[in-house]
Design a protein around this ligand. Structure first.
Ligand SMILES: Cc1ncc(COP(=O)(O)O)c(C=O)c1O
Length: 449
C-alpha cells in the first residue's frame, strides 16, 4: 500500500549553534554514548516531525515512523494543529528566552496551569510542577513520608513506602527507589521500598481474561500490603494505574485499587497513583476511579509539565512539615514554556474531543492484533486500556528484541515493555493509515522469526 511520505525540506531555520550538533552527530557517531545518555534510539533526531515521522541524521534512513516518542509523549500532531499559530510560538519562544524563574515570580502561565489541573481534579489542594516525572514521584513520596513520619513520631531514616514488583517510577531519587529491582537499578537502591506481588489482570494467550488467576493475584498483593501497612514506618503505596507501563504494559485489576484505598484508610497510609505514563491515555485525562480514591496523583509525558498533585487528607497545613512550599520547588519549577504548550495542547484535545478518535484507533489496532493471535502469528496476550495497547511476542525476550530491531530496519521505532512485550499508545489524533502502516511493518517483522 502507498502511504504519505514526509518532506522535511531545507534546514535554513537551524541556528549556527544547533548546526554544530549536526556536524558532531554526522562525524562522531558514538559521541553521545560516551558523553551522555544517548536514548533508546540514537538516530540523530533533528527536532523536525511531520505527522508520525521524525527526521533523522542516521546513515541508514532519513526518517523513521515514530511509535515511541510521538505516539507515547506527544498526544497530537502539533504541526497539523499549530503550524500557523505564530502567537503561540512567540509566547513559548519568549518564555524560554526571557522567563523569570517561577521560584521568584508567580507567573501567569503558572496560574493558568494550576487552574486547569484543579479543573481536572477538584479534590486537589496543591500542585507541585516539575521538569521530570521522576521529580514528581520523588516529591509525592517525600510528602507522604513526611506526613506519616510526623503522625507516628518517627525519623526520616525509619520511613518506607510500598511499590509493586514491576513498578516504574523514575530514574533517580525516590522514584528510582520505587522502581522494580533489576541488575540496572539495584546498585542504586537502598531498600526503603518493599515490594508486593503485581495485582495484574491475567490474560490468556488469546487475550481473554482468566478471572480466577486475576483474583489470586489481587489476594496475594493485598495480603502482603496488609503486612507492610501494619508497620508504623510504612508511609504509602505507590502504583501505576490503570496500567503498569514500562514494566510490561500490564493491566492492574481495578478491585486492587479500591481495596488498597480501604487499607490506606484503615492504617492511616497514603495512596499515590503514578499516572505519569498513563495521563491522557486511559480514554480520558485520568480514570474516574483514580480521581475518587487517590491521595496524590503524579502526571507527566503528555502533560509536558510534570507534576505531583496532592490532596490534604490529614488537613495538616502544608507548611507545617515542609517549611515554605518553595522547598519542594526548583528554579524553573515545570517551566513557563512547558505550561503554555501543555495548555494549548490540552485545549485542542478538549475542543476536538480527541479522546474519542484515540480510543477508536487503538481499538482498531487491538482488534488486528487479536486476529494475528488467532492466526498463530507469534503475537500473544493482546491487551488494551483506553489508547494504551500491549502485546507479547511468543518465544521470549530474544525474539521480542529481534522484532523491535527488525521494525527499526523497516523504519519504525517501537518500545519494548517488561521481558517479552511491546507497547503503543497511538496519538489521540492518529489517522487510520498510520495504524495500517504500523501493522504492515509489524507483520513484515514477524515473518520467519
Ligand atoms: C509510570 C512512570 N513514572 C515515572 C516516570 C519518570 O518520568 P520521567 O522520565 O519524566 O522522569 C516514568 C517515565 O517513563 C513513568 O513511566
Amino acid at each position: 500500500m502507498d502511504y504519505p511520505k514526509p518532506k522535511f525540506g531545507r534546514r535554513d531555520e537551524l541556528t549556527p549553534v544547533i548546526k554544530t550538533g549536526f556536524g558532531i552527530f554526522k562525524n562522531k557517531r558514538n559521541y553521545l554514548d560516551r558523553m551522555t545518555v544517548p536514548g533508546h534510539f540514537p538516530i540523530g533526531f533533528t527536532g523536525r516531525r511531520q505527522g508520525p515521522f521524525v527526521e533523522a541524521l542516521d546513515s541508514k534512513r532519513k526518517y523513521y515512523f515514530d511509535a515511541t516518542n510521538y505516539w507515547m509523549t506527544l498526544p497530537i500532531d502539533v504541526g497539523r494543529h499549530f503550524g500557523k499559530n505564530t502567537k503561540l510560538q512567540t509566547n513559548i519562544g519568549f518564555s524560554l528566552l526571557n522567563a523569570g524563574s517561577t521560584s521568584e515570580f508567580g507567573s501567569v502561565a503558572l496560574a493558568a496551569f494550576v487552574a486547569r489541573m484543579k479543573r481536572l481534579w477538584p479534590r486537589m489542594n496543591r500542585i507541585l510542577p516539575f521538569n521530570s516525572g521522576t521529580q514528581a514521584t520523588d516529591a509525592a513520596l517525600k510528602w507522604a513520608m513526611a506526613m506519616v513520619m510526623h503522625k507516628n513520631k518517627l525519623k526520616p531514616k525509619d520511613m518506607k513506602v510500598v511499590s509493586l514488583e514491576s513498578g516504574f517510577h523514575g530514574r533517580c531519587g525516590m522514584g528510582l527507589e520505587a522502581t522494580r529491582k533489576s541488575k540496572n537499578t539495584e546498585d542504586y537502591q537502598t531498600y526503603v521500598t518493599p515490594r508486593i506481588p503485581n495485582p495484574f489482570v491475567v490474560f490468556e494467550e488469546n487475550g481473554f481474561v482468566d478471572m480466577v488467576e486475576t483474583e489470586n493475584n489481587v489476594t496475594r498483593a493485598l495480603d502482603k500490603l496488609t503486612k507492610y501497612f501494619a508497620k508504623p514506618s510504612t508511609a504509602a503505596l505507590i502504583i501505576e494505574y490503570p496500567m503498569v507501563a514500562e514494566g510490561g504494559a500490564e493491566k492492574i485489576a481495578p478491585e486492587f485499587l479500591i481495596e488498597a484505598r480501604r487499607l490506606c484508610d484503615k492504617h492511616g497510609k497514603f495512596l499515590i497513583v503514578d499516572c505519569i505514563q498513563m495521563f491522557g491515555k486511559s480514554g480520558n485525562w485520568f480514570p474516574r476511579e483514580v480521581k475518587q480514591v487517590a491521595d496524590a496523583i503524579c502526571v507527566g509525558k503528555y502533560s509536558r509539565v510534570c507534576a505531583a498533585m496532592l490532596t490534604d487528607p490529614t488537613k495538616r497545613k502544608f507548611d507545617d512539615y515542609a517549611g515554605i512550599p518553595g522547598k519542594f520547588g526548583a528554579t524553573w519549577f515545570g517551566h513557563d514554556a512547558a505550561m503554555i504548550s501543555t495548555l494549548a495542547i490540552m485545549d485542542v484535545i478538549d475542543k476536538n474531543k480527541l479522546f474519542v478518535n484515540g480510543v477508536k484507533m487503538a481499538k482498531k489496532f487491538y482488534s488486528e492484533l487479536k486476529k494475528m493471535t488467532a492466526k498463530g502469528m507469534r503475537v500473544e496476550r493482546p491487551r488494551i486500556v483506553g489508547t494504551y495497547v500491549g502485546f507479547d511476542i511468543r518465544g521470549g525476550r530474544d525474539k521480542r528484541d529481534k522484532v523491535i530491531s527488525r521494525l527499526q530496519k523497516e523504519g519504525v521505532l517501537a518500545l519494548p515493555a517488561g521481558e517479552v512485550s511491546i507497547r503503543f499508545a497511538p496519538r489521540l489524533d492518529t489517522k487510520e493509515w498510520e495504524i495500517e502502516y504500523f501493522l504492515e511493518k509489524l507483520q513484515n517483522s514477524l515473518k520467519r522469526l
